[in-house]
Design a protein around this ligand. Sequence first.
Ligand code: PLP
Length: 282
Amino acid sequence: QTVYLNGEFLPLHQAQVSVLDRGFIFGDGAYEIIPVYSRHAFRLQQHLQRFAASLTALRLSNPYSNAQWAALVQTLIARQDEADQSIYLHVTRGVAPRDHAFPAGVSPTVFMMSNPLITPSAAQISQGVSCISASDIRWDRCDIKAIALLANVLLRQQAVDAGAVETILFRDDILTEGAASNIFAVRNGVILAPPKDQHMLPGITYDLVLELAAQHSVPVEIGYFASSVIRSADELWITSSTKEVLAIVTLDGQPIANGQPGPLFKRMLGWYQDYKQQVMRH
Ligand code: PLP
């Protein structure tokens, strides 16, 4: 497997980083994940823009322009066997003696890898998935795609332990997002979504779902929704770059509505797949 590290493409087993890297010591860095369909990086510019925003928020200088990133990503994609991939970008503050304060004159560590894209199963798409809920124990800058993911790791494992696909998070009883995904609800034909504030990651898929809703004149209400609203919704959806759009049919073991993927979900999934086909043809 070919990866990229600090200016060169090399085999994974040769890619090595110092134990003093601030990513290893402090989780001091940002990352991005970009799905690739048939060697086409999906919504690449949006992902690169969000990555740039994460780096700015962490006061890390972006080592490359979007055009340079795009060229590197294309090279990485071309060097893999599989046509469908998941590209991982990662920048840390670099290698320095351990001290919380920013080191002077240190260059960032830049890493990229590609993994085979793991998409939902046919059964997950047609039958929906189960989720659990938990209180959102993360910090107040969840809008940054930071590599420090300890809370997300613990919350996601709670889902795995419960045999569920994701943990839906509520901060003071208000829906924020999933441990590694965004959440939408449907009530009386209206899509309900939390606002892109500091308590959730502005998902690339979240934006696409809202774009598709607007294109098809489906009303959307952006707001703060209590867990009682979410539990009694007509439909619940989960979105992420790798999950795309899935229906949540049970939450904490209780069915959502009749426990089946809803009609608006089926329409949205169709619009999403059509959009994917369109961009891949270009
Ligand atoms: N929220 C969190 C915490 C995430 O880690 C992710 C990433 O998958 C998302 C939301 C969804 O974002 P995207 O649609 O850009 O993949």
